[in-house]
Design a protein around this ligand. Structure first.
Ligand code: 5GP
Length: 182
């Protein structure tokens, strides 16, 4: 039997599940952006693994750039305050832009980013969210065009997602045991 990290309560998505999900998003983007050379923007740090896999699953020409924003710090609750820590190196005016996000929770981070990037006059901006967190009675502030999977309202780690910078290297998506962060 596969051994999971001792701090993990449940595994929500296995490596195999993740491969299928990313390949499916890659196929959709390849069809939708044929001949358009989209710029895929990875929101660091959480989306770095998803973006690396997604780029390889996109079969049409595309480029990548990176942005870093702060939203959660070392905690598990959204502060609602977003700060750009690292900006793009690429000019996006007139470009088709796809923001690759690890997990969409309240959507506040992306809503801020879309406003900031929209002011630079790209041709289009869409979101590819690897995960969307389902929270009863709450709708995220933005609607992603591409969604990998929905996860319940629990704190998840792995596949680039951290808790206090740990667990990013886990190859699966797991729910952290609450006693680890409480
Ligand atoms: P939002 O602004 O949509 O509420 O939060 C988005 C950001 O919060 C994500 O990019 C991610 O960095 C962080 N986040 C939200 N939920 C989780 C979670 O369950 N686990 C981890 N590791 N980060 C999360």
């Amino acid at each position: 039997m596969e051994q999971f990290h001792p701090d993990i309560k449940d595994v929500l998505l296995s490596e195999d599940d993740i491969k299928k999900i990313v390949s499916c998003i890659g196929d959709q983007i390849s069809t939708d952006y044929e001949g358009k050379n989209p710029l895929v923007i990875a929101v660091l740090r959480g989306a770095f693994i998803f973006t690396a896999d997604l780029m390889r699953a996109i079969k049409t020409d595309c480029e990548v750039d990176f942005m870093a924003v702060s939203s959660y710090g070392d905690g598990v609750k959204s502060s609602g305050v977003v700060r750009i820590i690292k900006d793009l190196d690429t000019k996006i005016e007139g470009r088709d832009v796809i923001i690759a996000e690890d997990i969409l929770d309240s959507g506040l981070t992306l809503s801020y980013l879309i406003k900031a990037l929209g002011a630079r006059h790209p041709k289009s901006i869409e979101i590819a969210a690897f995960l969307v967190k389902d929270i009863e009675g709450k709708k995220p502030a933005v609607t992603p065009r591409y969604v990998g999977a929905h996860v319940p309202d629990a704190f998840v780690v792995g596949y680039g997602l951290d808790y206090a910078e740990h667990y990013r290297n886990l190859p699966y998506i797991g729910v952290l045991k609450p006693e680890v962060y409480s």
